[in-house]
Ligand binder design. Structure first.
Ligand code: ZN
Length: 268
C-alpha cells in the first residue's frame, strides 16, 4: 500500500519544501556549527539538516513567523555568549512563543533523527498557533558555564578550537529523563542552543499540578541550576550553572565520538 505524503504540520497534500531542522538564522549567527554527528555513519558531517515533509504554506507562513520570533529571543538574550559559573543573567521571553518554538525544534529534529514521537506530532497544531496544547508543559532553562577542564587532552581541546568550536557552541536536540522520579512525562526533550540548555516536559493533562511540581523539584535535586520558565512572567533571573556542556550531555557518548571528530577535523 502506498502512503500518501502529508505535511507534518497541517496534514495537507503539499507542495512540499525543505524545512531546516536548525533554523537558517542560527547557522548564520554561528556559521561554524553546521557540524553534526551522524550515528549511523559514525561521522561528523558538515550539513544544514533539512526535512522534506513540510508544505510550503506552513514553512513560509506560520513556521517562518515563529522562527522570526525565535530569532528575537536568541538575539535579545545574546545566546551566542559564553558564561562563568555563578553569573546571573536576565532572560526575557514570551512564554507561548518560546514553548511553540522549542517544540518546533524538537519535533523537526525528532523526525530528522528518526526518533518520532506521537506526543510531539500532537503538538503540530499548537506549534502552528492554531490549537491549544493537548498536554501540560513544563519549560526549564539551564545556562551552562564555559568548560575549561572538560576531561579532554590538550590535543583534543586544540582540535576542537581549530574548528572554531568551543565546547558549548553547538546545537543539540534529544530526549532526556530523570531516573529518580516515579512520574514520567509523556515526552521530555532537551534543546541545546550554545550555553542555553532548555528542557521541556509534556505531561498528560490528568496529571495533577502537584505531581508535575514534584517532578520538577526532583529534576532540580540533580540539576540545581535548572530554572523554571514560568508561564505567567516575561523575564527570569538565571544563575549560570556549575555544569558545562560536557556534564549536561553524555560524557561517555561525547568521548566515544571523539575519534570521529578528529577524523572530521583532519579531513578539512
Ligand atoms: Zn502544512
Amino acid at each position: 500500500m502506498t502512503q500518501i505524503k502529508k505535511c507534518a504540520y497541517c496534514g495537507g497534500p503539499g507542495p512540499f519544501t525543505n524545512e531546516h531542522v536548525v533554523p537558517a538564522f542560527l547557522y548564520r549567527a554561528c556559521p561554524n556549527q553546521k557540524t553534526m554527528y551522524h550515528p549511523a555513519k559514525d561521522e561528523y558531517i558538515k550539513t544544514e539538516v533539512k526535512i522534506g515533509d513540510v508544505c510550503r504554506g506552513c514553512n513560509s507562513g506560520p513556521l517562518s513567523e515563529l522562527d522570526a520570533r525565535g530569532k528575537t529571543f536568541f538575539e535579545k538574550n545574546e545566546c551566542t555568549r559564553s558564561f562563568m559559573a555563578g553569573q546571573v543573567l536576565r532572560v526575557d521571553y514570551d512564554y507561548d512563543i518560546l514553548l511553540r518554538w522549542l517544540l518546533k525544534l524538537s519535533y523537526n529534529s525528532s523526525r530528522a533523527m528518526s526518533s518520532q514521537s506521537d506526543v510531539l506530532e500532537a503538538c503540530a497544531g499548537f506549534i502552528l498557533g492554531r490549537e491549544e496544547l493537548l498536554h501540560s508543559a513544563a519549560v526549564m532553562l539551564e545556562v551552562v558555564s564555559e568548560p575549561d577542564h572538560a576531561g579532554l587532552s590538550e590535543a583534543d581541546r586544540d582540535s576542537l578550537a581549530d574548528d572554531g568550536a568551543s565546547l558549548s557552541s553547538w546545537f543539540r536536540f534529544g530526549r532526556f529523563g530523570i531516573s529518580h522520579s516515579e512520574l514520567s512525562p509523556a515526552e521530555s526533550r532537551f534543546i541545546v542552543l550554545n550555553a542555553f540548555h532548555f528542557y521541556i516536559a509534556l505531561f498528560s493533562t490528568d496529571v495533577p499540578r502537584k505531581q508535575r511540581r514534584d517532578w520538577t523539584k526532583c529534576l532540580q535535586v540533580g540539576w540545581p541550576d535548572v530554572t523554571v520558565i514560568s508561564s505567567g512572567r516575561s523575564a527570569v533571573a538565571v544563575r549560570v550553572s556549575n555544569r558545562t556542556s560536557f556534564d549536561t550531555q553524555n560524557r561517555e557518548q561525547l568521548l566515544s565520538q571523539m575519534p570521529a571528530w578528529q577524523r572530521h577535523v583532519g579531513r578539512k
